[in-house]
Design a protein around this ligand. Structure first.
Ligand SMILES: [Zn+2]
Length: 335
């Protein structure tokens, strides 16, 4: 069983430079401030939760079921029913399929501990659907169809339980995927492992080429080329792109184009590139004109009007989103 020994509890690069500086107090006086730290390490048991998390490590999902009222708790938070004078609860094996109990939110701007993980979706899954009373299991939700976005994890859809290949005994050892995305031969497999599904190269959605959208695409190209030429004269915008290099192939209903970032410059080209880091899809080309006019590609991705394959693609958007404002500030100051 995995123990992940040898990895530090606190990341080794989690640190601050030793520093002394003068700061202004609320009373207007000057005070001296220095950087220091406070760390406490401790070992914690899972207590009564241990059985549940040990089962996850073994590729099983269990609940505790009251022998009196038949309610099922998942996670198995206690083994003595709080509703029946602490009557004994027995272990029940739960199915690896469930129903999403409510439409799940997609978290885009998470708290500090989850920054590398965003965007992500999580929701409450009804697993013990046969029980008279049952809790919902809070879990991660993932899709094989690209970045998590609205419209996928809606109330009532059927979900398949998937286990990470390497498990430690954490609620992050499991996640759920819409059953319709699971190849039929795998739908009854228990446990189904993450490595048996393809998350790495999702198929981009089809866009119907619509001649009515060609004009919108031309307007978007003109706006982006203007932005690219403004970047040539904006040190702020060039700083936004410094040390970044990527090629985006972009499919829209009005036609395809490429967006290159290299050497602190932006380049817009007609047609899909031969090689790209990411393929993005937007049925409406206006998504890109709106971006140049102080909109945001991040917002478009969050709303679902811009399709992205994965988080890595999402992480290139903030630098692009800064360009319209950076160029405008620099060009205004130059006047
Ligand atoms: Zn009970």
């Amino acid at each position: 069983m995995t123990t992940r020994r040898g990895q530090p509890a606190l990341p080794l690069d989690f640190n601050l430079p030793r520093d002394w500086r003068e700061i202004q107090g609320r009373d207007g006086r000057t005070y001296l401030q220095f950087t220091t730290h406070m760390v406490t390490f401790y070992e914690q048991t899972y207590g009564e939760h241990s059985r549940f998390f040990m089962a996850l490590r073994g590729g099983r999902l269990i609940g505790s079921k009251c022998t009196t009222c038949a309610q099922v708790m998942v996670p198995a938070a206690t083994w003595h029913c709080p509703n029946c004078n602490f009557a004994e609860m027995r272990e029940v094996e739960l199915p690896h399929r469930g129903i999403l109990a409510h439409t799940a939110p997609v978290t885009v701007f998470p708290s500090a501990s989850f920054i590398g993980d965003a965007p992500f979706a999580r929701g409450y899954v009804d697993v013990a659907t046969d029980a008279p009373i049952a809790s919902y299991l809070p879990s991660r939700l993932r899709t094989t169809t690209g970045l998590e976005r609205p419209g996928i994890f809606v109330k009532g859809i059927e979900l398949k339980l998937v286990f990470e290949d390497e498990r430690v005994g954490s609620i992050r050892d499991i996640f759920w995927v819409p059953m319709t995305e699971i190849p039929p031969p795998l739908r009854n497999k228990q446990p189904l492992l993450a490595s048996e599904l393809n998350f790495a190269s999702p198929v981009p959605p089809e866009v119907k080429k619509d001649p009515a959208k060609a004009a919108a695409k031309d307007r978007a190209m003109a706006a982006m080329r203007k932005l690219a030429s403004d970047v040539e004269r904006s040190r702020r915008a060039q700083a936004d792109l410094a040390n970044r290099a990527f090629v985006l192939g972009i499919k829209t209903g009005g036609g395809d184009f490429a967006l290159d970032v290299a050497n602190s410059r932006l380049l817009i080209r007609e047609g899909l590139p031969d090689k790209s880091d990411f393929i993005l899809v937007a049925d409406d080309p206006d998504v890109f004109r709106a971006w140049v006019n102080d909109g945001s590609l991040t917002d478009a991705a969050v709303e679902g009007s811009l399709w992205l394959p994965n988080k890595e693609a999402f992480q290139v958007l903030p630098a692009l989103d800064r360009l319209p404002r950076s160029t405008r500030r620099d060009l205004r100051e130059a006047k």
